[in-house]
Structure formats: C-alpha cells, structure tokens
Design a protein around this ligand. Structure first.
Ligand SMILES: Cc1ncc(COP(=O)(O)O)c(C=O)c1O
Length: 371
C-alpha cells in the first residue's frame, strides 16, 4: 500500500534504515555530532535570511507538542485565525492553557483576508500573539504568508506563531521575510520521515518574550527546547532513531538527492527551491486531473495547497472511491470531519514524485471508469 494521504507519507528505504541504527547515549559526543549534522540545513528548511537571528531546534514530540510550546512563550492575549480543524486545535490549546483567546473565524476553504485580520487587530487588540496554520491539512488550504506578515508587522508587540506542519519542506517558509516569530512542524509530512519528532524556529524577539513568561512548564518550555538545541543538548531523552533519519533527510534534500532525475545537480537553497517547485507541479497535475473528471478543488482559487489537494466529491461516492484506490494499492483520505463524504484528499508531498503521481491517477481513472 502506498501512502498518498495528507501525512504520514511514504518514507524512503534509506531513511527507514537510519531508524535502525544502534542506540546512542544522548549525553555522549555522538548526540552533539548528530545535532551538528542538522544545523547547516534547518535554516534552509525554514528559509532563514542570511543575517537571521532566529534559532532552529528539534524536539521529541509530535507537532501538537510544539504547537502548545509556542503558546507557552507568549503573553495572555492571543488572536487565533481558524479556518480548519488544526487551526481550531491551535485556538483550543490556547484556551486550555489559560490564554485569553479571540477567534477570527474564516470560512473553511479559504485563507484569512488581510483586511479582516487588520480590522480585528485594530479593533480588539493589542494582542500578544496571532496563531495561524500555513497549510490546513484538513481542507487543503494554503494561506499566503506575506500578506499576513504585512498586517501583523503593523503591530510591533504582536508575535506571529505559525503551524508549518504540512507546509515546510514542501513550500518556501521564508521565516524572516514573512515575519514569523515561532514556526513549527512535525516530520511526517513534506519531510517524509516516520512521525515522532518536531522542528521549530524562534525569532530573537520571540525568545525575549518567552523568557519573560512565567509558568512555561518544563517538557514543552520553548526556551528550554531552543536553548538546549543551541547547546547541542536535548532537555529529555530524545528519539535518536528519528534524529538520525532527520539528519540524513536534511542532508539528502540539500544535496539534491531527493529531486527528480535531471535536477539532482542542484544543491543548497536551489535544491530546496526545486523540491518546492516539484510540489507545486504535483498540485497542478492533480487539479488538472480532477478538472478532466468534472471535479472541483475545495479551496478557493489562490488558496490551493502544494502538498494536499482537497477535492469536492460532487456526485462521487467518496468512500467507494477511496476504497477502490485502496484495492489497487493506493491509500488516499476521505474528507476531514464535516467534510467526510463531501471531499477527498490526496497528499502529494515529501519524496513522492511525478511518475508515482501518474500511477496513482491512472488507478483513479480505473476506479472511476469501473463505477
Ligand atoms: C496542520 C497540522 N497541524 C498540526 C497537526 C498535528 O500534528 P501531530 O499529529 O504530529 O501532533 C497536523 C497533523 O496532521 C496538521 O496537519
């Protein structure tokens, strides 16, 4: 069965092999070396600018852990943009840890309109932080980050916390250019690793604000995580098999190893850009296939994700379509929550390539023809 769900996604054999290396002592020099292997590459994943003062880190939690950590480092007043299931989780988490949360509800299928964000920031602010999900895996909606950044920047005391879970390694983050203060993601989406660890980047102003917050806890204290990584240490026993996998995958992405044939001479930032371009092409191909079958993307124009295509089912029996593909060895996803039965989602992320997508779409053609 090949995973074309919106994550976890397929993992290359070479990466799986990294996960079976012998255990190491996490206070031993090998751990420092392992973290040092990642350090040249994490800034490329987050698209840090050359003069960035932001710091990257890895933590042994799933993305939800760093979602909560991000909130522990900010003051009480939080504005949460909610346009899907994971942005709702971000909002709920803020409330559950005692923040005073204002919700900016956006129709599922769209990203926040900068003018609406500007209005709420003006009228109901000042806020200590805004939370946003860059790529709503539940709806296949990507929110362009630059217009959001332009608005948030007008409020110098407001930090921008961005969930990059199904976005990073699939699209350019441009952390500094997009004014992000804390960005985080798991590794089971466009990084194409098994699930279980998460990465983050924190701006220096986020770190300053976070150090001033009391009661940040311990295991999800963003300061402990980021400062620990800077010292090549982890607060608690890390998931070293996944650290090996991440180090190898970061090195391979930067070396062009994961790119389509013909592009493998690209290295460094150019290799990351080529990975992002591959994801955009796979989105375009998937939506063209959908259109050929009279099927419409669920997200509005301009908000269609490069990593997860969410397609409205129309008259199609979604469960039967998903099952038909599973019978042919391809696992895609039904719609999320209320969208179940009304949409289906194809995760074309990570190390999936265009020939693989053609095989999936040919199988989808067969399923549709057999109806
Ligand atoms: C956008 C987004 N945010 C957060 C999460 C939660 O990630 P995890 O299950 O790794 O904690 C997911 C998981 O699918 C997601 O897609």
């Amino acid at each position: 069965m090949t995973l074309w769900i919106p994550g976890p996604t397929e993992v290359r054999e070479e990466i799986l092999a990294e996960c079976s290396r012998p255990a190491i002592g996490h206070r031993a020099p090998e751990m420092r070396e392992l973290i040092e292997r990642m350090d040249p590459h994490l800034p490329l994943a987050f698209g840090l600018s050359g003069d960035s003062t932001a710091q990257c880190a890895v933590h042994s939690v799933s993305a939800s852990g760093l979602m909560e950590a991000s909130l522990r480092g900010v003051g009480p007043r939080v504005l949460s943009v909610v346009n899907g299931a994971f942005s709702k989780r971000f909002r709920d988490m803020g409330e559950l840890i005692g923040k005073d949360v204002t919700t900016l509800d956006v129709a599922w299928g769209s990203g926040v309109a900068p003018d609406d964000l500007a209005r709420v920031l003006e009228q109901d602010g000042p806020f200590d932080a805004v939370t946003l999900v860059a790529n709503e895996t539940s709806t296949g909606v990507v929110t362009p980050l630059a217009p959001v950044a332009d608005v948030v920047r007008r409020h110098p005391g407001t930090l921008l916390l961005v969930d990059l879970v199904s976005y990073i390694a699939g699209a350019p983050v441009d952390f500094d250019a997009n004014g992000i203060d804390f960005g985080f993601a798991g590794v089971q989406k466009a990084f194409a690793l098994p699930p279980g660890i998460a990465v983050c980047a924190a701006s220096s102003r986020y770190m300053d604000a976070a150090r001033a917050q009391e009661h940040r806890g311990w295991a999800l204290d963003p300061v402990r995580v980021v400062e620990g990584h800077a010292q090549k240490k982890t607060p608690a026993t890390p998931c070293t098999p996944l650290y090996y996998a991440l180090a190898k995958q970061l090195e391979d992405i930067s070396a062009g190893v994961t790119l389509p044939e013909g592009e493998r001479d690209k290295t460094g930032a150019a290799a990351w850009d080529a990975r992002f371009a591959k994801h955009a092409r796979m989105r375009d191909r998937t939506l063209a296939w959908a259109s050929d079958h009279g099927l419409e993307p669920f997200p509005a124009e301009g908000f269609r994700s490069p990593t997860v295509s969410c397609i409205s089912s129309g008259d199609l029996d979604t469960a039967a379509f998903v099952a038909g593909l599973a019978e042919r060895g391809f696992r895609i996803s039904n719609g999320y929550g209320d969208l179940k039965g009304r949409t289906f989602r194809i995760g074309h992320m990570g190390d999936h390539d265009e020939p693989g997508l053609e095989r999936l779409l040919a199988a989808a053609d067969e399923v549709l023809a057999a109806r």
